[in-house]
Design a protein around this ligand. Sequence first.
Ligand code: PLP
Length: 401
Amino acid sequence: MQVTRELFDEVMVPNYAPSAIIPVRGQGSRVWDQNDKEYIDFAGGIAVNCLGHCHPALVQALTEQGQKLWHLSNVMTNEPALRLAKKLTELTFADKIYFANSGAEANEAALKLARRWALDVHGQHKSQIISFTKSFHGRTFFTVTVGGQAAYSDGFGPKPGDIAHADYNDLASVEALISDNTCAVMLEPLQGEGGIISPDADFIKGVRALCDKHNALMIFDEVQTGVGRTGAMYAYQDLGVTPDILTSAKALGGGFPIGAMLTTTEIAKHLKVGTHGSTYGGNPLACAVAEAVLNVVGDRDVLAGVTEREQLFRNGLERINAKYNVFAEIRGKGLLLGAALNDTYKGQAKALLNAAAEQGLMCLIAGADVVRFTPSLVIPLQDIEQGLVRFEQAVAHLVKG
Ligand SMILES: *Cc1c(COP(=O)(O)O)cnc(C)c1O
């Protein structure tokens, strides 16, 4: 059967509007479509393919596990899940891990754990969740309501309650909401979907202090920032602040679906037997791949390489901007970068993305005004250079109109 873009409209629920490009294979940071047109991949899915496409270590982990055992259920323990959990505890502050299948599910678990902890330890009054405008935490009804864009949670009937939104990088707005009734503050240590917004160091430390003062848990959603994306294994490690609960997904599986919630023994103990669960959470295939991801990304050279690549991107984008004057700012950290369009080109991020695709370059947007780059953490340096040449051609097209 010939698969076409038209078939999407025929057989798919219309909640996405994919482009006409139909990629069929990838290798490293190059992807080819049905017509054998080649693309350089500055998107990596959406910050998912942290080691590019078909990385040999991941292919090996997947095929080896695929010959052994695919699925067991949580009625049994399994080797890959416990190996991965052990590894995550070694790499982070956490003592205990819960496995899910996506970022939203990891966040759902984090929020339910926080609510249960507050109920057990402090009582019913302590249920308020504070998060931030423009934040994104997933699409389950709880996580999307905690997320900072009402447009995503409106229109589905009554929402989960006692959720309030402060403004990112505005400590006073948190102070105005927080009280001893606050159960948890959830935030991204660098807002991704919201437009690549870095946190001020004082803000993050201030939120931690407010959480401590009011006995509220601090939950870091590291679904997009985690696993090397910002140049540290997890972004919190560069911020001088330790959360109580951390969630990871996207890059954790390098393209294989997995999510994880990380926390301390003291907090974890409130998710007692039977309080929460998932059929696929801890799936052996997913965990085997994720362990291989952590082995590769955990290499000092790979993390140092992220910072080196960030500089190449920044230099290249600044050079393009010096010539065409389209960006107000290049922002973000590591390989989670945003080129924010200036007033003249406001609202044209999607047009620029389309122009880039035309030139054989995959990138992303983060809102209407920001072009986002989240390539493989090990993207070859010459692919960055060549991709930026294509991006410059796209910018030139945009400027010409
Ligand atoms: C992508 C993302 C999510 C949602 O992850 P899914 O796997 O799509 O459920 C949650 N939080 C952040 C910060 C994300 O970037």
